[in-house]
Ligand binder design. Structure first.
Ligand code: NAD
Length: 457
């Protein structure tokens, strides 16, 4: 017997009572979630600090505030999002009305990643509950303290047949994936994404996959270098570089590099001080395995900023490596740590080709002031989302659906997009039964064909 069969069945039974279809019920549960989180902020702060020295400020800035924002937005809008929407009716179906009813999918499973353990687990769950589903959440075992804290505050405050946290690693997730869910929302690596999608296919369960990849950052000669360096240094080294949409590498136009490097040195010092190891704004690497992987990626001969590390502290300083080519080992996988390689180019067509020859990235950033060049990049390269003269911040705007494309994922969330990811849009044609046109019925005739052509063409 699957250890999770009962809870999934219990959630299905609860879903079938139709209680979650009541929008007032959903609003009350979202308010409760916000209150439970607010009441336990210090517990959540302590747990994430234990996981990778993430400060209380950053926990609020990059995790809790985003979840609160999603909750507020859903509370404000879910009644209108859930309402049936009338659309035009075509000639052949007149007289009649056509409308779309958003309906919840049922029992949902959200699988979270460790790098933003609260945000990436709870923002999808907010969308699931707002859309009227029940939710099972499986946070990442790598951020164990944060996972424990979420399990405690949620399982103590919510009915398990409505919203429940199940902790665990591969074995537990594998068991969960054997069961039938109505939706699986997964955040994590591309390789595990394939395992999730295969398991979901067995039950024809729809998936949203929020995956990773190497996100390029173009910097052109006509960029405001001071502001560009400030924004991209913040975006790259936030969370110790362990951000799915962090700029993975820089493509610097020939002529801009020396100035950019000088400005990046200044900005690293401004943000993290003389010794980033002592800065409360600099997060540690999540595990010894990731630490080792990252240290091996640093080619000491190519370091131009940083390059320090401390195994006991799982610390790697903000590091910039220069004279990198697409053949270097650091360019073969997503870095997901505080190391920033620079590749120089003088032929934009070559740079575009190099990006397009690789898997479609989750994000792409353009620092420059030439609209023609910007529009060329936006037109020619496919990627999840991104920024012009900005990095990472696009995901803080709930009006922008957040998600990848190709190897970086499928589907999206945040705001209304999240609600839609967890909804089915049921299309209804409702006709009057007073009169009936004989056109569609046999026996067929030339006048019926003529009338059809008139109606349709
Ligand atoms: P991961 O794939 O190792 O783990 C993610 C989740 O999958 C965890 O909950 C884990 O328990 C589970 N899992 C791991 N192996 C599994 C298996 N064999 N079978 C079933 N479940 C399994 O990913 P990670 O290391 O936590 O996250 C890093 C990756 O996630 C990076 O590639 C990053 O870019 C990506 N990411 C993407 C987003 C996004 O929003 N697109 C956000 C954060 C991270």
């Amino acid at each position: 017997m699957n250890p999770y069969a009962k809870i999934v069945q219990d959630q299905l039974d609860f879903f079938n009572t139709n209680k979650t279809k009541d929008t007032n019920f959903r609003i009350s549960q979202l308010k409760k979630l916000k209150k439970v989180m607010k009441d336990n902020e210090s517990l959540l702060d302590e747990a994430i600090y234990k996981d990778f020295k993430k400060s209380s400020f950053e926990n609020y800035e990059t995790e809790l505030s985003l979840v609160y924002h999603e909750i507020n937005l859903a509370i404000k809008n879910l009644k209108s999002w859930s309402r049936r929407k009338y659309v035009a009716t075509n000639m052949a179906n007149m007289p009649g009305k056509s409308y779309i009813i958003p309906e919840p999918l049922g029992v949902t499973l959200t699988i979270g990643a460790w790098n933003y353990p609260y945000q990436l687990a709870l923002a999808p769950v907010v969308a699931a509950l707002a859309a009227g589903n029940t939710a099972i959440l499986k946070p990442s075992e790598l951020s164990l303290n944060s996972s424990n804290a979420m399990a405690k505050i949620i399982n103590e405050n919510f009915d398990a047949n409505y919203f429940h946290v199940i902790e665990g690693a591969v074995e537990e997730t594998t068991n969960l994936l054997k069961l039938k869910f109505d939706k699986i929302f997964y955040t994590g690596s591309t390789n595990v994404g394939k395992i999730i999608m295969k398991a979901a296919a067995e039950h024809l369960t729809p998936v949203t996959l929020e995956l990773g990849g190497k996100s390029p950052c173009f910097v052109f000669n006509d960029a405001n270098i001071k502001v560009s360096a400030q924004r991209l240094i913040w975006a790259k080294f936030l969370n110790g570089g362990q951000t799915c949409v962090a700029p993975d590498f820089i493509l610097a136009e020939k002529g801009v590099k020396a100035k950019l490097i000088e400005e990046m040195k200044i900005q690293i010092k401004n943000i993290y001080g003389d010794d980033p190891m002592n800065s409360d704004a600099f997060v540690r690497i999540i595990s010894p395995r990731h630490y080792k992987r990252l240290v091996e990626l640093i080619d000491k001969n190519k370091v131009i900023i940083g390059g320090d590390n401390n195994e006991k502290e799982l610390y790697i300083s903000p590091t910039v490596v220069d004279n990198i080519t697409f053949d270097d080992s650091i360019m073969q996988e997503e870095i997901f740590g505080p190391i920033l390689p620079i590749i120089e180019f003088d032929d934009l067509s070559w740079a575009i080709k190099m990006v397009k020859d690789r898997p479609k990235p989750l994000a792409l950033y353009i620092f420059g002031s030439n609209n023609k060049t910007t529009n060329r990049l936006l037109h020619e390269i496919s990627f999840g989302g991104g920024g012009v003269n900005e990095a990472v911040m696009h995901l803080a705007n709930s009006n922008l659906p957040f998600g990848g494309v190709g190897d970086s994922g499928m589907g999206s969330y945040h705001g209304k997009a999240g609600f839609d990811s967890f909804s089915h849009h049921k299309s209804i044609l409702s006709r009057s039964a007073i009169i009936e046109m004989p056109v569609k019925y046999p026996p067929y005739s030339n006048w019926k064909r003529g009338l059809l052509e008139k109606l349709i063409e």
